[in-house]
Unconditional design. Structure first.
Length: 202
């Protein structure tokens, strides 16, 4: 069976506290020092051996590429064309009753269907997907979202609230499951701080 081309796309504005969750996740997956903030040495090394920073010019590296996409919106279209499966990581706002730090997995269609679950950025991933399909491209897109607590700090803040930071191990586990990486998909790790919850919406 032909190998599936997969990539993790992390979306977010790292200057706006929890809205930078996606960018923080990109570093967790590809940078050993950042991974060690949330995982023990063994699991941090497993992540570095599984993922790498996206570079279009790299060939022969079997690790799964991770793109820190910022808020690039429609610029994601070429990746939808070139990859079979994308896992998109983003902060979400599921409404006033949602508990900060809750980790969700869902499809872009789910995100479009339920207005309380939407991306915090200008272009929803569901809108990008619809544009890609109109252009004749199709891709299996799966989403991991963590409920934000604060995306409007008084000053630019490159950090996460404790509740959202505590969700990092849950989000990493969700990414691994969606990529169907069976050899390391279950990672029992102590949380960093605060409270985090795991919920599945798809």
């Amino acid at each position: 069976m032909e190998d599936i081309k997969q990539m993790v796309v992390c979306v977010g504005n790292m200057l706006m506290l929890d809205e930078g969750f996606g960018s923080h996740m990109a570093k967790v997956l590809t940078n050993y020092d950042t991974a060690r903030e949330a995982f023990d040495e063994k699991h941090a090394r497993t992540l570095i051996e599984t993922f790498r920073e996206y570079d279009a010019h790299v060939e022969g590296d079997e690790r799964i590429p991770v793109l820190d996409a910022g808020t690039m919106g429609l610029s994601l279209l070429p990746f939808i064309r070139d990859f079979d499966r994308l896992v998109v990581v983003d902060a979400v706002d599921c409404g006033p009753d949602a508990i900060p730090g809750t980790c969700y997995t869902f499809t872009p269609e789910d995100m479009a269907s339920y207005s309380i679950m939407h991306s915090l950025h200008d272009m929803r991933i569901s809108d990008v997907l619809n544009n890609a399909r109109l252009a004749g491209h199709d891709c299996d897109i799966r989403c991991v979202g963590v409920q934000k607590k604060n995306i409007a700090p008084r000053d630019f803040t490159v950090d996460l609230t404790p509740e959202v930071k505590a969700a990092v191990p849950y989000a990493v586990d969700a990414v691994l499951e969606l990529l169907e990486i069976m050899r390391c998909k279950v990672m029992k790790i102590n949380r960093v701080s605060g409270k985090a919850n795991r919920a599945k919406n798809a």
